[in-house]
Design a protein around this ligand. Structure first.
Ligand code: SAM
Ligand code: SF4
Length: 464
């Protein structure tokens, strides 16, 4: 397929835009923030100008605007998920990753079907409903079918009160035909990070294997859309190149997808480099991103693409994660392990992909999030009702989606509390549910009350 990836990212245009953006006056920046409040999205120079803010007053204005936009669209919901690493076999040599092929110091394994089933059972017993299935780029002898079988296995496991209801997937870029098969296996989001949009840096850190091909990776989302997958997630591994450049490159990538397919990505992930065994660069990032810049990234993205979910993983500490909830994050992982077998095995000797900043259990994170006034949501309603891609955007843009998400968030949260919550978490959670009901408009509140009653009466998986 001809993808014309050189047309997707224009490095010169980004650098020109960053130059112009750094010259905006205070008044002009305040005007951009005013426009951002209207949820219409921003021009590339506007984004560059927001990235260049350093004046503390303007910075707090940026954060305040991002907070208001986040609340307007997402309310106080935070969607919960966890990664499920099925394999650390990998044929690539990414300088920052413990799974890189040149790292001989780790135990390699691809979980067998029974092992994937027991990992899934452990996650269900914790209360999870959404997983992100992750693998290195090398599969056991059945090839890509290994991934498809793994997805089917996760969906097939049923426990007393639960099952995994949505499997998102983060695996290496696929051929068009493979994407078509992936879609047939009922995935939620197909996610892949470009890592860096700077070609030169990209080639310096991707030393061997198929991932060394920048264009093949950059064109992955085009193939996914061509194959009919309309729910994709992009991301950058922050720390490899200048973060302002990366934000503008994401802007260009999103524009390309919107222009060609009518919709952009459903989510953006913002991983920052974390230490990893056998990967020195991970401990010494060439372009370290400070905590303040990291918050700025989240706030700018929130205004740049107001309807796109922002994912914050457990790479970050609990403190940083808390800061970013208010600035725009809409999905978080919790209780994560990044070693295959990490959830169910006593003998956890397989190496993790990188070190985690937040090692709390799902229940601890849920309690913390609810104490802060957010509703942890385990909802999988949109995806199961086929509200994805442009159907989702048609509801999201006029603000209609909240009428579904708010009640769904509450009913899935009550289901979690009832079936899995610790007594203290239940107490905090019930308070959060009643506070949320008070703040809701009449129609969604009535809907939510009816759904909550069903959960109390023993029904499960109630969504609208
Ligand atoms: N192997 C596939 C790939 O590379 O696209 C998919 C999964 S990979 C295990 C998931 C992501 O982890 C990568 O895209 C990369 O952004 C991130 N990652 C790798 N090493 C990391 C590190 N040291 N710190 C933080 N994130 C890292
Ligand atoms: Fe393999 Fe992905 Fe790690 Fe690269 S980031 S070494 S492709 S698992």
């Amino acid at each position: 397929m001809k993808t014309g990836t050189s047309l997707i990212i224009d490095q010169q245009a980004i650098s020109n835009s960053l130059n112009r953006g750094s010259q905006y006056s205070e008044v002009e920046i305040l005007e951009i923030l005013q426009r951002a409040r209207q949820l219409k999205g921003l021009e590339m120079d506007d984004v560059a100008a927001l990235c260049s803010i350093s004046n503390p007053d303007l910075l707090s204005e940026l954060f305040k605007t991002a907070k208001d936009v986040k609340e307007k669209i997402y309310g106080r919901r935070l969607v919960m998920f966890t990664p499920l690493y099925v394999s650390n076999l990998c044929g690539n040599d990414c300088a920052y990753c413990a799974f890189r092929s040149s790292n001989r110091g780790i135990v390699r394994r691809a979980l067998k079907t029974e092992e994937i089933a027991s990992e899934t059972a452990s996650l269900i017993n914790e209360g999870h409903k959404r997983v992100l299935l992750v693998a290195g780029e090398a599969y056991p002898k059945e090839g890509f079918d290994y991934v498809l079988k793994a997805i089917d296995t996760v969906y097939s496991v049923k426990q007393d009160n639960g099952e995994i209801r949505r499997v998102n997937v983060n695996v290496a870029p696929l051929e068009l035909e493979e994407f078509k098969r992936l879609k047939e296996h009922n995935i939620g989001t197909y996610q892949i990070f470009q890592e860096t949009y700077d070609r030169q840096v990209y080639s310096q850190v991707h030393l061997r294997g198929p991932k060394a091909n920048f264009d093949w990776r950059l064109s992955a989302m085009d193939r996914a859309f061509e194959a009919g997958i309309d729910d994709v997630g992009i991301g950058v591994l922050f720390g490899l190149a200048d973060w302002k450049y990366e934000v503008l490159a994401m802007y260009q990538h999103i524009n390309h997808l919107e222009n060609r397919y009518g919709i952009g990505p459903h989510t953006i992930s913002v991983p920052r480099l974390e230490p990893a065994t056998g990967a020195d660069i991970a401990s010494n990032p060439p372009h370290p991103v400070s905590d303040l810049s990291f918050q700025k990234i989240v706030a700018v993205l929130r205004l740049m693409v107001p309807y796109t979910g922002i994912i914050m993983s457990t790479r970050e500490t609990a403190e940083i994660r808390r800061e970013t909830f208010a600035l725009g994050v809409s999905q978080i992982s919790a209780g994560s392990k990044t070693n295959p077998g990490g959830y169910s095995e006593a003998n956890k000797n397989t190496a993790a992909q990188f070190s985690l900043g937040d090692v709390r259990s799902l229940d601890e994170v849920v309690a913390d999030v609810a104490r802060l006034g957010y509703t942890p949501s385990f909802c999988t309603g949109c995806y199961r009702l086929g509200r994805t891609g442009s159907d989702f955007m048609d509801l999201a843009r006029p603000g209609e989606i909240k009428k579904h998400c708010d009640p769904n968030g509450l009913s899935s949260f009550l289901e979690y509390l009832t079936d899995y919550g610790q007594p203290e978490t239940q107490k905090i959670g019930m308070k959060q549910i009643s506070n949320s009901l008070e703040e809701m408009d009449e129609v969604p509140r009535r809907r939510a009350v009816a759904m909550l009653d069903k959960i109390r009466n023993g029904r499960r998986d109630i969504f609208c």
